[in-house]
Design a protein around this ligand. Structure first.
Ligand SMILES: [Zn+2]
Length: 294
């Protein structure tokens, strides 16, 4: 059984599940920010312009979009490349975690479950944040609750943590999750307060209330329940560096091409990169920093 999953069958299942979850992710990305649409109703996906239902053969992840050359079969309206991208990225992340933590790396198939769920949510949150500049409460609030319950029920989630105590696994696992929640949400909230002070003029000019929304705070509180207090802080550091780097590159690009440059960048996608990196390589950010320091 283990040998079977370590071979091509495992890769096939991981990629297939990833592409399928990516396909469902598109439904979530489209419907969650729009009032009156839920991920359950209507059951069938439809074309946003002509309302034609999407048949199963036009709903195969990535492949259908390529075969249709990015156009609706009924009305010919162009379908955004974001749809196949969401499917492809989710598929690659599922396969990546399988390779890094699953049977090919000597782990058990269940070891990838939490990273898979988080990979799916990272893609959904990033796609929604890029388009709408929000991270919906429907994802983050149940996420916090689920993260705490999962930590209490499955102490192995936090077994590698320094605060984990093998003599009281369930209790200490919950403590790691709660501390992670406070560290993730609290530190980002502080960064947001500081950002408001430092960027007061830009924030007022942009006509928004906050340099950083509370969606990011709840997102990292959720991530903290799964990563614990140390790794979630590293994930935020990675997010800050990645966001600053991309922000600078976009400003330089705007100066060279004479454009305006971005008014603001959504933070969610960068934080998600940090979360996924720390899930795949716990402590990586710290190791890189100490390496640079040495
Ligand atoms: Zn159409």
């Amino acid at each position: 059984m283990d040998d079977l999953f370590a071979g091509w069958v495992g890769w096939f299942v991981a990629s297939f599940l990833g592409l399928s979850f990516g396909s469902f992710g598109n439904v979530a990305v489209y419907r969650i920010p729009r009032d009156g649409l839920s991920v359950r109703k209507p059951a069938r996906s439809f074309c946003p312009r002509c309302s034609a239902p999407v048949t199963w053969r036009d709903n195969i992840p990535v492949l259908s979009w390529l075969l249709l050359r990015g156009r609706c079969r009924a009305c010919g309206v162009s379908i955004s490349w974001v749809y196949p991208a969401v499917e492809l990225v989710t598929g690659l992340l599922f396969a990546g975690f399988w390779w890094r933590l699953g049977p090919p790396a000597g782990g058990a198939p269940v070891d990838v479950l939490v990273p898979w769920v988080m990979a799916f949510l990272c893609v959904v949150v990033s796609a929604i944040d890029l388009e709408h500049f929000i991270i919906p409460d429907v994802i983050t609030l149940p996420g916090v609750a689920l993260g705490l319950v999962a930590s209490l029920a499955f102490p192995s989630l936090h077994a590698a943590h320094a605060m984990f105590d093998a003599t009281s696994p369930h209790g200490s696992s919950l403590v790691v999750a709660l501390t992670g929640m406070a560290a993730g949400g609290g530190s980002l909230w502080l960064v947001g307060r500081l950002g408001n002070l430092m960027l007061r003029n830009q924030v007022e000019a942009a006509g928004v209330e906050d340099a950083m929304g509370l969606g990011d705070v709840k997102w990292m509180a959720f991530a903290g329940t799964l990563l614990g207090p140390i790794l979630v802080l590293e994930a935020i550091l990675v997010g800050c560096f990645a966001g600053a780097l991309v922000g600078i590159l976009l400003k330089v690009h705007a100066r060279v091409t004479g454009g305006d440059g971005p008014v603001g960048l959504p933070f969610g996608p960068f934080l998600s990169v940090g979360i996924l990196l720390e899930l795949a390589w716990p402590g990586l950010a710290w190791d890189v920093m100490t390496l640079i320091h040495a």
